[in-house]
Design a protein around this ligand. Structure first.
Ligand SMILES: Cc1cc2nc3c(=O)[nH]c(=O)nc-3n(C[C@H](O)[C@H](O)[C@H](O)COP(=O)(O)O)c2cc1C
Length: 328
């Protein structure tokens, strides 16, 4: 299992939170521009918590030398994998000729992969789509994978829909082009020696388990972020922990561990608690009192209070809301 790279979402605070919920799932950073890693403050872009392992650094770029340098820095900082983004359709990314538009230049992707592999020992992997615009022929993605594999990439994470580079926003590009899981199955059938993780639209254990019968991994993005308590089952379900019996985590215990993290971050780096709390607002997803709990943890009027105080206010608000609910 892995949690998808998501810009502005899967920062180190979010990954710390996800790691509390699942010990084994592979976590991905947001995409970081190779140029930004090299020139824009390496520490700011690459620093992460030791607890986050296993953690993969996703890079964006299309210049083999820059990617190699950024990959080397990533490996030096201790990332367990370097991933190249060939799936992001945003305008900003397209102008730099990378992200999904790189799928139109498989040899360039191969050169990038080779340049990175030459300088790091950790795996170099590629995350890509199954096609660009209305190009739906299987041979397009098959040839892409074949060419990139020739450069030594053996792990492919496939977001199982096309990227439409014209006319759709990045958000629409995660919903509108249809999902075609069968294409990823076909890739696995044609390249059985390589590792394929499938991504796109997974929200239930049943759907994940179905894919794991045929493929090597499943990557989950939005549902993991919005409904993080789902992750608390994954170690038992997918990694055989405790003989498959769900571990004794509680939402309250995870919330308290996050408060401790907020206190440490505030003391060490002056990080405002709100920068961290925003990632855990889905923790009580679908429970009674979730809305009021979220409102407290996202209340900017409380920004000058200590995280622990906000925690107590959130607990109190939930208790009151439940008591009111019972009275009615
Ligand atoms: C807010 C947001 C930001 C994203 N940023 C990235 C990114 O930086 N790199 C990337 O490869 N994909 C990015 N994606 C795409 C996800 O990694 C994933 O491929 C997509 O959301 C489909 O998976 P899902 O249906 O499980 O969410 C982003 C998705 C979201 C929702």
């Amino acid at each position: 299992m892995s949690i998808a790279p998501m810009m502005d979402w899967t920062d180190r605070h979010c990954r710390y939170f996800h790691r509390l919920l699942t010990q084994h799932t592979l976590l991905y950073t947001e995409m970081v521009n190779a140029g930004a890693v090299i020139h824009g403050g390496t520490e700011r872009h690459l620093r992460f918590n030791a607890e986050e392992h296993p953690v993969a650094l996703q890079l964006g770029g299309s210049e083999p030398a820059d990617l190699a340098q950024a990959a080397r820095l990533g490996a030096q900082w201790g990332y367990d994998e370097i991933n190249l983004n060939c799936g992001c359709p945003s305008d900003r990314v397209q102008r730099g000729a990378f992200g999904a538009s790189l799928m139109k230049a498989p040899q360039l992707v191969a050169d990038c992969v080779k340049a990175m592999r030459d300088v790091v020992d950790v795996p170099v992997t590629v995350k890509h789509r199954i096609g660009i615009d209305k190009e739906e022929s299987y041979s397009f993605v098959r040839d892409f994978v074949g060419t990139v594999a020739d450069a030594g990439c053996t792990v492919f994470i496939v977001h199982a829909r096309n990227a439409w580079l014209q006319g759709l926003s990045p958000k629409e590009n995660r919903d509108i082009p249809p999902l075609r899981y069968e294409v990823v199955r076909q890739l696995k059938a044609d390249f059985p020696q390589f590792t394929f993780a499938i991504n796109g639209g997974f929200t239930t254990d049943e759907a994940v388990q179905e894919q794991l019968q045929h493929l090597d991994g499943v990557m989950v993005g939005r549902e993991a972020y919005h409904n993080p308590w789902w992750l608390a089952r994954w170690d038992a379900l997918y990694y055989g922990e405790q003989g498959g019996v769900p571990c004794p985590l509680t939402r309250e215990g995870v919330e308290l561990a996050m408060v401790e993290y907020m206190e440490r971050e505030a003391a060490q780096y002056g990080t405002p608690w709100a920068h961290i709390a925003r990632h855990m607002l889905g923790l009580r997803h679908s429970l009674a009192g979730a809305r009021i709990w979220r409102q407290v943890w996202s209340n900017h009027l409380l920004k000058d209070r200590a995280a622990r105080e906000v925690y107590h206010l959130a607990q109190q608000a939930v208790a009151e809301s439940l008591a009111n609910h019972q009275e009615h």
